[in-house]
Write a new protein. Structure first.
Lengths: 425, 188
């Protein structure tokens, strides 16, 4: 692990020397996120988002633990207990809005983190395990966010729970028993609410565990960088601390600026007003929509309207939605180009910015809209492109593209850029 | 360490690589495995509906007040139930359709009780993902086939509650029910 020129931890006083002998935790931290971890010197601000995701998770865990002190997971009082937090608990509104918008912030930074990986080819060997663990974290996040959204027991909570658990009902034969088993009843009710609360409390700590594995796996080959060229010598790297702790500090400040703006000035901007109506099993909201971070997947779910062969449309939609994420696990073998960074891949770059990104934006828009014929038609084209991008276009690009010449080293790339920025005197 | 390895290797003598200790290993692992499974079963089964959820009495509905063309929403097993009094035009519209063009072929007769085909009793649960379709209460849109319309993903049902358009795979489910008198039905 790490490079031979990494700084070595030297305990400075008698106490740290004693600690280093009995429990070398300071040494571990020093090597993981301190001066003992050499990092490529050319990381841009997109490399902040891993740390930002960690910060967002901490915000969620702290605010969530506090909310759990005031919340009651019982069908008849859950909605009222959330309103109690909003109106009566000291600073309850602040903690609840922080948790609500913190979830959105978490997804924003994680999506940017994922797209950073997609553009710079971070998923390619030797970091494919890092990518896979990241996807596991993403799946856990989705499950956690979904169950958390059910807890206020508003209209969207209830109907979201019904629709999402209904997805499992699409599985042939065993679907309905599975749905009943997940809910503990025939429709979402007290049993479902309680188990969702229990799991919503548990899963963030599972995420924390997988993050440890994610970082562990990352530190074996070391961080990637915008050129995609591997570290070759000591002059290609700088110690994580103080260089990237400082750079990440800038990012964390910007993160909290955006977060605070959302929290204090538009706390309900990303939410659905219908969730302030108590859950009513007899009346479906006019437009059931999940939270914004699920819109692209929801659009794919709704894009299937006709049966194909013996498979009903409903099952196709469900399979496609899950496939849209599971597909990403195969990415390291779908994109066979030896060049990692999109920076040196002219064709890949065009399809990334003008294909994949607009496709996901369109899917997101469709997923958040009312399902009219036109919206469904657009989702169908966008969903088709999404799958084609990963299954057909990426493998083809890898075959036909002529990448731009790569720099010999990170240092060479940095110095070349420096020369163009500041012409020789 | 070396002597320990030697011991275990020679414990049962060399019988084609199988040692007596292997039997103990397999037996111990099997014993623990069976124990783990027998503990896991109740842990999994506790997720299924509890006795109080399952012990739901059947529902009686008085349909005498429902005029032709009207429908009511009531609750059966914590889910909406639609009881609809079809008009002669609606019955004719449902019977005009040939079953060969239906996704889930069923006639109106098969979906109602003998001699009571003006009474359409269905669950108010869309067979796609479980939303409550519109069309039962006055003023709600009934979709292009005049029955029910699910606002979630646009499934349209006809006047017999059969799926005609959209992602839902099945007709609205007809629960088990019987007429206890001319105007009272017992569901469940």
């Amino acid at each position: 692990m790490s490079f031979p020129w990494a700084n070595e931890y030297k305990p400075s006083n008698a106490f740290t020397r004693y600690l280093d002998e009995k429990l070398p935790l300071p040494r571990f931290v020093y090597n993981a996120v301190g001066a003992g971890y050499p990092v490529p010197r050319n990381l841009n601000y997109f490399w902040n988002f891993g740390v930002l995701a960690g910060v967002a998770l901490m915000v969620q865990i702290v605010s969530g633990i506090i909310l759990a002190m005031h919340y009651a997971a019982e069908g008849t009082v859950a909605f009222a207990s959330v309103e109690h937090i909003m109106r009566d608990v000291n600073a309850g509104w602040f903690i609840r809005y922080a948790h609500m918008n913190g979830a959105s912030m978490f997804f924003i930074v994680v999506y940017i983190h994922i797209f950073r990986g997609l553009f710079y080819g971070s998923y390619k060997p030797p970091r494919e395990m890092v990518w896979h663990l990241g996807l596991v974290i993403f799946l856990l996040m989705m499950a956690t966010a979904f169950m958390g959204y059910v807890l206020p027991w508003g209209q969207m909570s209830f109907w979201g729970a019904k629709v999402i658990t209904g997805l499992f009902g699409a599985i042939p034969l065993v679907g309905e028993p599975i749905q009943t088993w997940l809910l503990g009843g025939f429709a979402p009710d007290n049993a479902a609410l309680n188990r969702f609360f229990s799991l919503h409390y548990l899963l963030p700590f599972v995420i924390l565990g997988v993050i440890v594995l994610h970082i562990w796996a990352l530190h074996i080959p070391g961080s990637s960088n915008p050129t995609g060229v591997e570290v070759k010598s000591e002059q290609d790297t700088v110690p994580f601390h103080p260089y990237y702790t400082a750079k990440d500090g800038v990012g964390v400040a910007a993160f909290f600026l955006v977060f605070a703006t959302l929290l204090f000035f538009a706390p309900n901007f990303l939410g659905e007003p219908d969730n302030y109506i108590p859950a009513n099993p007899m009346s479906t909201p006019a437009n059931i929509v999940p939270e914004w971070y699920f819109w692209p997947f929801y659009a794919i779910l709704r894009a299937f309207t006709v049966d194909f062969l013996f498979i009903p449309a409903k099952l196709l939609g469900v399979l496609a939605m899950f496939a849209a994420i599971l597909l990403l696990f195969f990415l390291p073998w779908l994109d066979t180009s030896a060049v990692r960074s999109g920076h040196y891949r002219p064709l890949f770059r065009k399809f990334f910015w003008f294909g994949l990104i607009p496709c996901i934006v369109v899917l997101g828009y469709c997923g958040g809209s009312h399902a009219t014929d036109g919206i469904v038609l657009i989702s169908q084209f966008a969903a088709a492109y999404y799958f084609a991008h990963f299954l057909i276009i990426l493998p083809l690009i890898a075959r036909v593209e002529t990448p731009k010449p790569l720099p010999n080293s990170i240092t060479e790339a940095v110095l070349a850029q420096h020369a163009t920025l500041q012409p020789a005197e | 360490m070396a002597s320990l390895k030697e011991d275990s290797a020679t414990a049962g003598g060399d019988q084609g690589g199988v040692r007596r200790r292997d039997f103990i290993n397999v037996a111990a692992a099997s014993f623990a495995g069976v124990g783990a499974v027998s503990v896991a079963l109740p842990l999994i089964n506790q997720m299924n509906p509890s006795a109080d959820v399952l012990a739901e009495a059947s529902t009686e509905v008085d349909v005498s007040a429902i005029a032709p063309g009207q429908a009511i929403k009531t609750i059966f097993r914590k889910q909406p139930l639609f009881v609809r009094h079809l008009t002669p035009e609606e019955i004719a519209a449902a019977e005009k359709v040939s079953t060969s063009e239906l996704r889930d072929p069923q006639t109106l007769e098969e979906r109602t009780k003998a001699g009571k085909k003006q009474w359409l009793v269905t669950m108010g649960v869309c067979t796609h993902l479980g939303c409550v379709p519109l069309g039962a209460a006055a003023g709600e849109i009934k979709g292009e086939f005049g029955g029910y319309f699910c606002p979630c993903h646009g499934s349209s049902y006809d006047t017999a509650g059969r799926i005609r358009k959209g992602p839902a795979p099945k007709n609205l489910m007809v629960p088990e029910y019987a007429f206890t008198s001319d105007t009272v039905i017992k569901v469940g």
